[in-house]
Structure formats: C-alpha cells, structure tokens
Design a protein around this ligand. Structure first.
Ligand code: DAH
Length: 349
C-alpha cells in the first residue's frame, strides 16, 4: 500500500477511536471525506503518477474512502445509541414533592357521596361490592322474579345488546351474584349477608330535570335468620341521617317490585324546596329516594338460599337523587354535563 495512504488510514482510525460524540464524527467526515478532506485531496496527487501507478493508487484511495465511510457510519450508529441512553438516564425521576403545575382535579359529586355512603355502610359491617355494567337477562330480570313478558319490565326501558346481554337497568341485577357469593358463609358458618353494591345504570329515558338515561344507584341487601322490616328502617334512617348530618323526615309508602314482598317506597322531604313543591320533586314536596322491601322468597331461592330459614331486606338507593338532594342540584343533567365549572365545586367532608 502506498505509504501515504497507509499513514492516513492509521491516523483516521486513531481519530475515529478518540471521537466521543456524533458531532466529533461529523467533523471527521468533513476532515477526511469532505470536498477538501484529506482523503479527497489524495486524488489530486494522481496527476503526478504514471498510468500504471494511477490505477493501483486510485483503487487504494477508493478502498480507503469506503473504509472511512463505513467506519464513520458504524461508529455514528453506536454513539447515537449511547447518546439516547444517556439522555433517557438523565431525565430525573418523578418527584412526588413537586407542587402541581396545573389546577388540581376534583371528585365528581356522585363519587363523593358514593364514598361517603360506603364509609357509613362499612362501619355498619357491610361489604362493598363492584359489579359489571353489562349483565344477562337472567341477572337483571329472571333471577329477580321478573319473567319474560312480565309487565314490570316495561318500567325499565332497557338497552339490549346484539348478543342478548344488556346494560344493567338497575343495581338489583347484582343481587343474584351476591347471594351466590356469600351463601356458603351464611349457611355453613352463620355469617349474615350484608353487602352494598353501587353502580351506574342505564335506561332509555326522555331526559328532563329529574330523569337521565345514565344514573347511579346503590343497592344493599342483608340476609340472615329473623331479619325484619325494622332492620331495614333502622339501617336506612341511620345512613340518611349520617349523609345529611341531620334527622331527616322520611315516609314509607307501599310500592310494588316483583323482587320484594312487601315492597315500599322510602321518600325523604325535598331539601331543595323544603317540602313546598318544585320541579325536582315533581311539585310533591317529597323525593322518592329509596325503594326497598323484604326480599321475595323466589329471589332468595334463585340465589341458593332457603326462604323458609332465612329472610332479608333489599334497597335500591337512588344515588344520583341523593347527590341532588345533598348539594341542592336542581337539574340532574348538570351531573353528566362534563362542565368543570359545575363539577369542581364539590368537596369531600
Ligand atoms: N331496582 C329497582 C329499580 O331500579 C329499585 C328497587 C326496588 C331495588 C326495591 C330494591 C328494592 O332493592 O327492594 O326500579
């Protein structure tokens, strides 16, 4: 090899080995392969050579050229990787003590009231259960003593899915699963079933100040030996007084639901108008808050519990209604409005 070319190659290799950044490599590319680079300049020496020498010299220079280009490309690739890794590692860990850079978020009023009810019921020994929003016809109706074509189905204009399942139209749809989950402990160990299960429900409603197609309920059940209506009244009154921090006026009216016998409507006096009548209470002064009753024997049976031995109560608290009462929200549609101006005003107590 021509000694000059050999020397240049050694010098080039040494400098590439020393380069520690991709910027260094780019500088080397210009210095060796650029228009005035030392390898490019070698070509100028061709003119003083014999045709024989020219041929081998030209080949050697070209080989050096491609060697240099390849080495630069390969080293650039390696350094790029290292640089990216270095950059990633230099990002400081998330600092939990940093003050927030944006406005803090807030809980939806339904979440606040739901959690409050959960705390109260937990303190009374109830388990809090979660249940899916898509359920079967059996869970939502059949297991609740509402067979196909029963007129009670007309009360709940239900959204059916193409696969025959449906969006749960009431939280009662979880009752059957809850009984099945806890019945062994009840039957074998005498542990009463005490559970609440809040959830989002869907019905094809024409919306107005007190109706929405998406709303929240909180169902609760208690099953044991000798459970009576007094137990039901006690738990409901305790819970509502805790939520509103005062002794509320309540009334029980007979109500029909196929899954309870007897069934009731528990109303509370409208806190918005104080009982005088307003659009939120349909001008009656009362707000239907909590249908309830003693669990129908057929429903217990469907859950694997012997109604001869056990009784229980169930209630379906209108959580969305309760929120409206508690915060004096006049129009139910505000709750699903997504308006932060409205929804960020509520704080936990
Ligand atoms: N699931 C009923 C509804 O949404 C409400 C209801 C009534 C629930 C009576 C109950 C109950 O647990 O006992 O219309």
């Amino acid at each position: 090899m021509n000694s000059k070319i050999a020397e240049l190659k050694i010098q080039f290799e040494a400098e590439v080995a020393k380069a520690s950044t991709t910027a260094d490599l780019e500088a080397l590319r210009v210095a060796y392969l650029g228009k005035k680079g030392s390898i490019t300049e070698l070509m100028k020496e061709m003119k003083d050579l014999t045709p024989e020498e020219k041929k081998s010299f030209g080949q050697e220079v070209n080989r050096l050229k491609s060697f240099a280009a390849d080495s630069l490309a390969q080293r650039t690739e390696e350094l790029k990787k290292q640089e990216i890794e270095k950059e990633i590692n230099s990002i400081p860990d998330f600092d939990v003590s940093m003050p927030p850079s944006m406005n803090e978020g807030s809980y939806h009023p339904v979440t606040l009231v739901q959690r409050q009810c959960e705390r109260i019921f937990r303190s009374m020994g109830f388990a809090v259960e979660d249940y899916s929003e898509i359920v079967t016809d059996y869970e939502c109706f059949e297991a609740l003593n509402i067979p196909k074509h029963h007129p009670a189905r007309d009360m709940q204009d239900t959204y059916y899915l193409e696969n025959g399942q449906l969006l749960k139209s009431h939280t009662s749809a979880a009752q059957n699963a809850i009984y099945k989950k806890y019945k062994d402990a009840l039957i074998n160990d005498g542990v009463p079933i005490k559970a609440i299960f809040p959830g989002r429900c869907f019905r094809n409603e024409a919306t107005d100040a007190c109706h929405e197609n998406t709303f929240f309920q909180m169902e609760g059940v208690m099953v044991d030996k000798d459970i009576s209506i007094s137990n039901l009244i006690y738990f409901m009154k305790t819970m509502l007084s805790e939520v509103f921090q005062k002794d509320l006026k309540v009334r029980l009216r007979p109500g029909f639901f196929p899954f309870v016998e007897p069934g009731f409507e528990l109303d509370i006096s409208c806190l918005i108008c104080g009982g005088e009548g307003c659009p939120s209470c349909k001008h009656s002064g009362w707000l239907e808050l909590c249908p309830c009753g003693m669990i129908h024997p057929e429903v217990l049976k469907a859950g694997g519990i012997d109604p001869e031995e056990y009784t229980g109560f169930a209630f379906g608290l209108g959580l969305t209604r309760l929120v409206m009462m508690k915060y004096g929200i006049k129009d139910i549609r505000d709750l699903n409005s997504g308006s932060l101006k409205t929804l960020t005003q509520f704080i936990d107590e």
